[in-house]
Design a protein around this ligand. Structure first.
Ligand code: FAD
Ligand code: MLT
Ligand code: ZN
Length: 471
């Protein structure tokens, strides 16, 4: 009996899709760079069903590709073109199992949409702080498996920092019940951390215990124009210091991005009368109403304006205005599509080195490809810049994307020189799995391969992703 027949026999009928039209949306990634094939799409509702699928697939030697919201940006969530694997979507496992407000934790299934998790925490007067542009579509299992970052890492950390326990179905179908809700647990290797950021190459995460935080009673959103990149960094330090580390976001938007957003994304606007470069979108949050964030921050902004670090700044006077300012940050991402083809980079360097890195990288890329638009924006407070390159006017999209490898190399070699990372938050997936061999030591790659072999000895979990091919 083949594996599909066995799955049909063991699972309720609505759990499997085999018709090409129904499977199609699961087989292409968000950026439409990868078009995969699969034997079937399995959509279990329970951990026990995931376990059954995994053990049948293991017995048949069939590979499994886990998928959450399919918003990943590295092609990790779609199968290869060989069509020999099962796509396992967690989308139907979307229950919030428990919220323990006193313990500041919640237990959720992997298929929960991030926004639903945020809303459930809010309803319990708590905050789940992970926040990113795809939060209406991405799912917790995907967030865990990519170790997602986003706009509040500066204060709350990334998904690794926000997780206390996991439930995982192993490649052989056994279930590891590691749903501990403990802040302290030194009983050996921290196994959950292996699965976080593993991009589905070690097992299927079915549920997690997440950390919650006090719901901020106040937020202050500021849109500022820095005199230049160098000026942004002292401001970051001053704001952290003056606010008692209440700074939650410190995002950078270059002028070129604001202009493209205004050209292509309705609702975008220029908050200032004059043109500036770069802009900073800053947010602070305080747990208590007794703290006057505005009183703490206004003198810092005034001094920065006086000293010439800032050219202008506006504080949102209402939640509606704050939302409009945050809309600009999302519009900057959206504007890249209509602007033409883009080559993405998701780099990190030490925060203090960002300005120097950008000052060096921009002319290098502009010389490598005259007319290229350097579209570098992102999480400046974390040292994580999306150093994207947009198609130069007059150059065909295909000719531009054909240069991806060469342009990646220029950017990533420079990142390495600054002691940085070539993937700060999006992961390696298919996009960067070979590239990483140039920047990680042999010993690191070997250790990763050993972990993979120990947990997935048949090599069935998400083949062709994260780990480089063996040479
Ligand atoms: P998917 O794309 O479905 O999968 C991602 C990886 O996780 C794949 O390797 C998949 O196999 C694996 N996986 C999924 N579920 C499981 C599971 N249950 N068990 C094991 N493996 C699993 N990312 C950031 O970090 N920060 C950002 O600011 C950010 N902004 C974004 C904005 C936009 C507009 C978009 C489109 C994407 C953005 N992303 C960002 C990228 C993406 O949203 C994140 O990587 C997100 O965490 C992926 O979640 P997902 O559910 O869509 O995962
Ligand atoms: C972001 O910070 O907006 C994202 O990571 C999305 C992107 O890089 O396109
Ligand atoms: Zn990002």
């Amino acid at each position: 009996m083949d594996v599909i027949e066995a799955l049909h026999r063991e699972l309720p009928p609505d759990r499997l899709l085999t018709e090409p039209g129904a499977m199609a949306p699961y087989l292409v990634d968000w950026r439409k760079l990868y078009h995969g094939q699969a034997l079937c799409v399995a959509r279990p509702r329970e951990t026990a069903e995931v376990a059954r699928i995994m053990s049948l697939a293991a017995a048949a030697g069939v590979a499994i590709v886990p998928q959450g919201g399919n918003t990943g940006l590295t092609g990790a969530s779609v199968p290869l073109e060989t069509g020999s694997s099962i796509l396992l979507s967690l989308e139907r496992m979307d229950r919030i199992r428990a919220i323990d407000a006193a313990n500041y934790t919640m237990t959720v299934e992997a298929g929960c949409i991030l926004q639903k998790v945020q809303e459930a925490a809010y309803a319990a007067d708590r905050l789940f702080p992970l926040s990113l542009g795809a939060e209406g579509s991405c799912r917790i299992g995907g967030n865990l498996s990519t170790n997602a970052g986003g706009i509040a890492v500066l204060h709350y950390g990334n998904m690794r920092d926000l997780t206390l326990g996991l439930e995982v179905v192993l490649p052989d179908g056994r279930v590891w019940e590691g749903l501990r809700a403990l802040r302290k647990d030194n009983t050996g290797y921290d196994l959950k951390q292996l699965f976080i950021g593993a991009e589905g190459t070690l097992g299927i995460i079915t549920a997690a215990v997440l950390k919650l935080f006090p719901l901020p009673r106040q937020r202050l959103t500021i849109f500022a124009a820095a005199a230049n990149m160098e000026a942004a960094l002292p401001l970051l330090a001053r704001l952290r210091q003056a606010s008692g580390d209440a700074l939650t976001s410190f995002e950078m938007i270059p002028r070129v991005a604001l202009e493209l957003a205004m050209a292509h994304v309705p609702g975008s606007f220029d908050p200032f009368a004059q043109r500036h470069d770069p802009y900073l979108l800053i947010e602070l949050a305080a747990g208590s109403e007794g703290i006057d964030l505005r009183a703490m921050i206004e003198p810092v902004l005034a001094a920065a304006l006086e000293e010439g670090l800032l050219a202008d700044a506006t504080i949102a006077e209402s939640e509606a205005r704050a939302k409009r300012l945050w809309f600009l940050r999302e519009a900057v991402v959206e504007a890249q599509g209509p602007a033409g083809a883009s080559i993405k980079h998701d780099i990190a360097v030490p925060v203090a080195a960002v300005a120097a890195f950008l000052a060096e990288a921009k002319p290098v890329l502009e010389a490598a490809l005259p007319g290229v638009i350097v579209y570098a924006f992102g999480h400046l407070g974390d040292g994580n810049i999306h150093f994207n390159l947009l198609q130069p006017p007059g150059v065909e999209a295909a000719d531009f994307t054909a240069l991806t490898g060469a342009l990646n190399r220029r950017v990533h070699d420079l990142v390495a020189r600054y002691g940085g990372s070539i993937s700060a938050e999006h992961g390696l997936g298919r996009l960067r799995r070979e590239e990483i061999t140039r920047y990680k030591s042999e010993i690191e790659i070997e250790l990763m391969r050993r972990i993979k072999a120990a947990l997935d000895p048949q090599g069935l979990m998400n083949p062709g992703k994260l780990l480089p091919a063996k040479s």
